[in-house]
Design a protein. Sequence first.
Length: 279
Amino acid sequence: MTMKASHPLPLVLAVLPQAAGDVAANLLGITAACEKAATSSACMVVFPEMQLTGYLLGADALHQKALTLEEALFLLSPLARKFDLCLVCGFAERTDAGFYVSALALGPEGLLAHYRKIHLGSPERGLYLEGDRPVVFSFMGLTFGLALCYDAHFPELFSCLAHMGAEVFLIPHASPRTTPEEKKASWLRHLPARAFDTGSYVLAVNPCSGDGTGKFFPGLALALGPDGRACAELFATGPGLLFLSLNPERVSAIRSHSMTAFHRGRRPDLYHGWMREEL
């Protein structure tokens, strides 16, 4: 990869419209965002949840529009190579066993990570299968942990990702309803804890506008530093890019302090015993 200094890492959160089941239209938006990001010397672009296929609900939509892993790689890999970027992009994944809410991290040289959503929201249950494996990947000197939307409400996952080395949590969303301001207020009830407890960056991004099925997404991108404080945001009614610069030294400084990065003091040996006793 011909690049740009590894520290700090310039990154983009892409707030885009998404059309449920219209892969061609979604791919056009993804491509345009990649071109703009590359022109601005970004190294990574993070897209909303299921941006490639749109957020699919309903058995018919899944059977007709979900993609296999190979199909998603075929569509996205050329963009990572052409624009010399790492792309984090999700899709409704079809497998022989059933369907998953999935996300890929792709670098110019190929696949970096493949994550299947572990915690399903109520509209997804019965349509999608649950993933069972936390995923981290490294890119340009930073380690990233992947999570999707509803996952963000489960602190155990993020303690696990931090234990696996994650310094940045990427949390693409496809969260409908409310206004961007109300969505931000909702995120600020739990996302700061994911950052502060582990001394990690938290980056969240939501689609914007309607998806053609009656769902409306409030366009929002939000970044929190490893101190748990919001450091950048973007409200968008149409396509918009939030440009960030991630500084690994901020993570190191927070985690080296004796009174921060609290996940290091966890006692999982006790917790697991207590939970077994409850059963």
